[in-house]
Design a binder for this molecule. Structure first.
Ligand code: 13P
Ligand code: SF4
Length: 399
């Protein structure tokens, strides 16, 4: 469980399977996603926002370290001390023991992971508490505990190792640590699965949470398993919608979760762009559906996408299936080098929760810190932190 606080005492809040919160200034006490913003949030039309962010950052000096996920807006990325995918940012947070404040420009589960990996002396701040992740919300601690009971009942729990995607709450990470599993990101999912199958032993299985697509794509595309080796556990159905026999026969038990942004790319988008741009290379994130990944030329994490485009020859054409802020930034960055970069789909849009972090929220967070007031602190409770850290450290130790 995580507390978020703008007050002196951390709130006692339970993670809730949320749909989207209405935007506003009030907090939802049942969720981790208060949207309260005490004090004055600068107006988006304030012409001095850039100057104010610079000044507040300068006042804080080395006391603050700003992390920016690749899906953040340009106006925010400009102030990041380091940018990266979720794996790189977790490592960067762990490698900054001297920064008193880590301002995380990303989403809630990333800030939680940063809190887990930093010392108790350091404080992690998420500039807008409404920056959650719909995928992470698709697996709650209660649902996952129930799933484990179902696996136990079917006689497979003792041969099953949980592997949880970074895009999950601290509670799910703690469950993973308690049951001998590891966290993975889209850059190391293959290595995490190899490690987990080794731990699981003969006839071993993986419970992969919460992104069914990353689990399936890694198992089938990268490890040569068949689609029949994978079953999908639906937390909204009795026994996950699976029989004991199906669970016993499966190698990958995939949680029924997905990313609402990447899940919208379709096979039609791939076919359409190939027709429109002959010779185009299709490069997608592994959170896309299996049929999209199977039809793509290259698949990888955001960091992989950036490195691939960096190394691409002048004159090459690329259609990218990932979040729009990143694709637009890369298209602008590489256009002068003669690389043509387009968005894979005409209708898929930004990640709305990543986009919650904007310059006014960043200015508000930095100025508050510079004035000695810690706002929007993300703090994981010690018991959850202990086991979530075990799982995260297993990931960081993967070869
Ligand atoms: P990576 O940063 O691991 O590529 O994940 C993408 C994503 O969806 C983050 O929310
Ligand atoms: Fe979550 Fe998808 Fe947004 Fe990443 S892009 S934060 S997985 S909803």
């Amino acid at each position: 469980m995580t507390a978020v606080s703008n007050a002196a005492e951390p709130l006692d809040v339970q993670p809730t399977p949320l749909a989207l919160l209405l935007l506003g200034r009030e907090a939802d006490p049942r969720s981790e996603r208060g949207v309260e913003c005490p004090g004055d949030l600068p107006s988006p039309s304030d012409p001095d926002l850039v100057e104010r962010a610079r000044a507040a950052k300068a006042r804080l000096g080395d006391r603050v370290f700003v992390l920016g996920h690749h899906y953040q807006r340009d106006e925010v990325i400009e102030f990041a001390d380091v940018t990266g995918d979720s794996f790189k940012l977790a490592r960067e947070a762990a490698a900054r023991p001297d920064a008193e404040y880590i301002v995380f420009c990303g989403v809630h589960f990333m800030a939680e992971s940063a809190d887990i990996l930093t010392s108790d002396r350091q404080q992690v701040v998420l500039p807008d508490l409404a920056a959650g992740c719909s995928m992470a919300d698709m697996a709650t601690a209660e649902q996952v505990a129930e799933c484990w009971d179902v696996l136990t009942e079917a006689g497979v729990a003792e041969r099953t190792v949980p592997v949880s995607y970074m895009n999950s709450s601290a509670d799910i990470k703690a469950f993973t640590g308690r049951h001998g599993g590891t966290i993975c990101t889209s850059s190391n999912a293959r290595r995490a699965l190899d490690w987990a199958f080794e731990q699981a032993g003969e006839d071993g299985k993986i419970l992969f949470l919460p992104d069914q697509h990353l689990g399936r794509n890694t198992a089938v595309r990268d490890m040569g398993m068949s689609l029949e080796d994978c079953v999908v556990y639906n937390p909204h159905k009795p026994n996950g919608g699976l029989t004991a026999e199906q669970l016993r026969d499966a190698r990958m038990i995939l949680w029924r979760g997905h990313c609402s942004v990447h899940g919208r790319f379709s096979l039609d988008s791939v076919n359409e762009v190939r027709e429109r741009l002959p010779g185009v290379n299709v490069l997608v994130h592994p959170e896309c559906k299996h049929e999209v990944v199977a039809a793509a030329d290259h698949v990888g994490s955001t960091e992989y996408i950036i490195n691939t485009l960096d190394a691409a020859p002048a004159g090459s054409k690329w259609a990218i299936g990932t979040e729009l802020n990143l694709v637009r930034r890369l298209a602008n960055r590489y256009a002068p080098e003669g690389k043509e970069i387009v968005f894979l789909d005409r209708t898929v849009c930004f990640c709305s929760t990543m986009n919650r972090i904007d310059l006014p929220h960043l200015v508000w967070a930095l100025e508050s810190l510079a004035d000695g007031k810690v706002v929007n602190r993300i703090q994981v409770d010690p018991e959850t932190e202990k086991f979530a850290k075990v799982a995260l450290e297993r990931m960081l130790a993967l070869p």
